[in-house]
Design a protein around this ligand. Structure first.
Ligand code: SF4
Ligand code: SF4
Length: 339
């Protein structure tokens, strides 16, 4: 049974959360034998432009300070996105991150977009390329914002590793199962999808129908919400398939990193129905709960889902967790230890 440490945001007894964070990280670090020496990647999602619910730099600065106290040299990191918005190129991501307050001068450590200027990674399997700066670091603290997710139902530690630690090639592999399908009867020919698709993957046929050019489509899903009638939609079972791929890739990443020096922190704060790739979150799915930390990605995600409540999610959020467990990435059973 894995241990999951927990700061309850609802019962802090007058102790600032940053102070508790230090105790939390010491406990999980000591217990897991993690040695935070060398270059330590703080794997984050620094929020898409207009997103307001990403994990705030205040917490990340604290985590960086704790890593430094333990003798490590941390850097804050993430990879560029599959969809073309303000984190698609590294330079855009730097600008967005800085605007969100992830400034090296404030954090006290560098910010490095791990796949560099040209989608730079280390191939560890036929389908998985780990972003170079993450592969070449000496350890990793995976800092995840627990949220719902439009197609994967839930995003936590496993998804942060699977989608966030790899190059575009491996993101495309995961999203291959979320290429939309088209229903001409529902199409009002408004062309919103054509405007939204930055990959030239939707064309107009002679009869006026829209057509998906499968070889151009990367499965980013941006066109699905563009129309109002659901004419472009996910195929039946696509969300489940995506979760299975997420677990598969997370497992491949964790097994092929040249170190086992890592642990996980999940923030159950500002819990939105969609991930931080979305702009403004429409609502929260539950009130703030707190912060979890564990050596075990499966246990921390299972505990996160249990604390939020699985019925707060669209679909079954735990498919990825069970699959990651089946692949041997961690334990479904856990014991919560309050800090
Ligand atoms: S067709 Fe839709 S899912 Fe495919 S690349 Fe274009 S926007 Fe993304
Ligand atoms: S957004 Fe939907 S309704 Fe509009 S053209 Fe595209 S498929 Fe048709």
């Amino acid at each position: 049974m894995s241990k999951v440490y927990f700061i309850d945001a609802r019962k802090r007894n007058g102790v600032p959360i940053a102070e508790k964070l230090e105790i939390l990280l010491e406990k999980v670090g000591v217990e897991s034998g993690s040695n935070l020496k060398g270059n330590i990647a703080l794997k984050m999602h620094m929020g898409e432009r207009n997103n307001e619910t990403f994990i705030k730099p205040f917490y990340v600065k604290k985590i960086a300070e704790i890593v430094k106290k333990q003798g490590g040299d941390p850097f804050v990191t993430d990879t560029t996105t599959l969809y073309k918005f303000d984190r698609y190129h590294a330079m855009d991501y730097y600008r967005t991150a800085f605007e969100h307050g992830f400034l090296p001068s404030y954090l006290g450590c560098p910010v490095i977009i791990a796949d560099g200027l040209k989608d730079d990674g280390v191939e560890v399997s036929e389908t998985v390329e780990i972003a170079r700066s993450i592969y070449e670091s000496d350890g990793m603290v995976v800092v995840s914002h627990a949220t719902g997710h439009g197609s994967a139902s839930f995003g936590g530690a496993i998804k942060n590793v699977a989608m966030g630690c790899v190059t575009k090639k491996s993101k495309i592999y995961q999203h291959k199962v979320t290429k939309p399908v088209y229903d001409g009867e529902l199409c009002t020919q408004c062309d919103a999808c054509i405007e939204e698709c930055k990959f030239g993957a939707i064309e107009t046929k002679e009869n006026g129908d829209r057509e998906l050019i499968k070889e151009n489509c990367v499965g980013c899903g941006c066109c699905i919400d563009a129309g109002e009638t659901g004419a472009l939609h996910l195929q039946e079972g696509a969300g489940e398939k995506l979760q299975l791929r997420i677990a598969e890739v997370a497992n491949t990443v964790m097994r092929n990193l040249p170190y086992s020096n890592y642990f996980f922190i999940n923030f159950l704060i500002d819990i939105t129905p969609f991930c931080d790739c979305e702009g403004l979150a429409p609502k929260y799915i539950c009130p703030d709960i707190g912060i979890l930390s564990s050596k075990d990605a499966v246990a921390i995600d299972q505990a996160t889902i249990d604390l939020i409540g699985r019925h707060s999610f669209e679909g079954d959020p735990a498919i990825q967790v069970r699959e990651a467990h089946r692949l041997g990435l961690g334990e479904l059973e856990y014991e919560i230890r309050k800090v």
